[in-house]
Design a protein around this ligand. Structure first.
Ligand code: HXC
Length: 513
């Protein structure tokens, strides 16, 4: 018995240590090993590894029958702040972390366990994609993972972390997850690498130009979070998990109430200028509304004209959607619509109440946007709000014009509580634009068009966009003092906590994808 135990121990030590030259190369590339990453991500000593002994069973192309243990992926479960998660970390030192049949079976096993136990699933990717030597069995492995990603969607949170190459099939699993993290310099995410791109299109690009964190964090919107190093990246994964429920049957983890329901925030009256076209930073408003001024912003570098963030108000987790007047005056465009729509759907799937901060001049006009399908993409946001059954609070700070007013969680599409500041301007369009349309003939014939325009603008504003106009019609529930926004929202969230809303039975809706 003793020798068997010692032999077992020696083998396990060898497996855990890995190939020294592989580990050295990984470190030389500025990357941590799979096990070092798991140590950072999970609570100390909590990791339970499964399938450590697994090896591939492939033969051809010099693969041999006895491949390395783990088959290039460390899989299992651990805890984050004491809460269970399931996880895998690809080991680039073994076949470049590429995915063959055994590798895929291990990932699928932890995905099945995550789903059946109702626990978040976290993927640490560092892989050359489908293992070429295993041919269709590798492709089959990816298919099984995608299928599980989709079955788990909306049931457990799925987080994909890209810490090295993430090529081919692996890229789609990332896109199917709820959140994607990337690290500058070392992470690359693409369907086909630079060699294939050059062979097919003649275009020469580097790995980073094709699919680096900068590209996906600003242009494609694939990366939700971008970090400078692995450590801060994995710490932020822990922070994100701390705000998510483990599954769709649980509520998000709340902290004890902190007295927000009676707090006054004088700064709120100073941050937002009264003039409708003067920019300001909506993040300053959010910092005043949420506990400890602390919020986790998604897609900071992509579609920054809308802000999507998770935070706590009086201890309860909320999803905040806010127009950002500092960027493109806060208009909604194709990217902003997609970004906010996906976030709203995530919050709705995981019982996270929505707080929507409105200061929006409309949808961005122009051929670029129309040709890119703003109608289709704007409809995604509309659809997401219309179907959301979580508690919903709308706060109209300043402008709320046209279709963008409707889309930003207006009363007509089902908000539960609509609040407005005295600076609100809710209308089909701004006064100048409205006057130009409805008084075009009068203005053309006027001796002094500027004076007439000024007078008509005043009349329009007085009649149609005064602060109580929507409240008098029941479309706004209250006109609140800006400094009391945090307390009014906190009380509103408490009021809506037990909200239950059923939708008509159907297989699924047909969201305009
Ligand atoms: C088998 C692979 C591999 C793969 C890398 N390796 N990718 N083995 N299958 N897909 C092996 C290498 O042979 C090498 O083995 C080791 O991993 C390290 O790779 P290097 O090339 O030395 O590393 P590096 O220079 O850092 O480049 C990493 C890389 C490159 C950019 C990932 O290896 C690469 O371009 N790989 C191919 C990417 C790819 O096209 N994958 C297929 C995608 S198609 P040794 O023994 O020398 O250490 C796909 C289909 C699914 O995934 C589609 C579903 C939708």
């Amino acid at each position: 018995m003793r020798s068997l135990r010692e032999e077992r121990e020696r083998l396990r030590e060898r497996i855990v240590a890995g190939r020294p030259e592989g580990v050295a190369r990984q470190h030389a590339l500025g990357k941590r090993t799979a096990r070092e990453r798991l140590d950072l991500l999970l609570d100390a000593g909590s990791f339970i590894e499964i399938d450590m002994y697994q090896r591939h069973q492939a033969h051809g192309l010099r693969m041999g029958a006895q491949g390395p243990h783990t088959d290039g992926v460390i899989a299992g479960s651990g805890t984050i702040d004491g809460r269970r998660v399931f996880v895998y970390a690809q080991d680039f030192t073994i076949f470049g972390g590429s995915l063959g049949e055994a590798h895929a079976m291990k990932i699928q096993k932890v995905m099945d366990l995550a789903l059946s136990t109702g626990s978040p699933f976290i993927a640490l990717n560092d892989s050359g994609g489908a293992r070429i030597q295993e041919g269709v069995m590798a492709l089959n492995g990816y298919g099984g993972i995608f299928q599980r990603n989709v079955q788990a969607s909306g049931v457990i949170p799925q987080i994909s972390v890209v810490l090295g190459p993430c090529a081919g099939g692996a890229a789609y699993s990332t896109a199917l997850a709820d959140f994607t993290f990337m690290v500058h310099d070392t992470a690359q995410l693409y369907l086909t690498g630079p060699d294939v791109v050059e062979a097919v299109t003649g275009q020469r690009v580097t790995h980073a130009e094709l699919g680096g964190a900068q590209v996906h964090g600003t242009l494609s919107g694939v990366a939700t979070f971008v970090h400078d190093d692995e450590e801060s990246c994995l710490m932020e994964v822990r922070y994100l998990v701390s705000m998510l429920p483990s599954n769709n049957l649980e509520l998000p983890p709340s902290s004890p109430p902190c007295g927000a329901a009676s707090e006054v925030r004088p700064r709120l009256a100073e941050i937002v200028p009264v003039e409708p076209n003067k920019p300001y930073d909506m993040r300053l408003v959010i910092a005043e509304l949420v506990d400890d001024g602390d919020f986790l912003e998604m897609h900071r570098g992509w579609a920054p004209n809308v802000i999507c963030a998770l935070a706590r108000i009086d201890g309860g987790v909320v999803g905040i959607v806010g127009n950002q007047p500092m960027v493109l005056a806060g208009v909604l465009d194709v990217a902003a619509s997609q970004k906010a729509a996906r976030f709203v759907r995530f919050c709705d799937a995981f019982s996270i109440p929505l707080v929507t901060l409105v200061d929006v001049p409309g949808f961005l006009p122009g051929t670029d946007q129309e040709f890119a399908g703003i109608i289709r993409h704007g409809a995604k946001l509309l659809y997401a709000y219309c179907e959301a059954t979580v508690p919903r609070i709308q706060v109209i700070l300043r402008k709320a014009y046209g279709g963008a007013y409707i889309v930003m969680d207006s009363r007509s599409i089902g908000t539960d509580l609509s609040l407005a500041w005295p600076t609100n301007e809710i209308a089909v369009m701004g006064a100048e634009g409205a006057v130009n349309v409805i008084y075009r003939k009068e203005l053309a014939a006027a001796a002094d068009p500027a004076a007439l325009r000024a007078q008509l603008v005043r009349e329009y504003a007085k009649e149609l966009v005064h602060p109580n106009y929507a409240a008098e019609r029941g479309l706004v529930d209250d006109v609140i003092d800006p400094v009391e926004t945090r307390s009014v929202v906190a009380r509103g969230l408490a009021m809506l906590r037990d909200k239950r809303k059923q939708t008509a039975p159907r297989k699924h809706g047909n969201v305009p994808l």
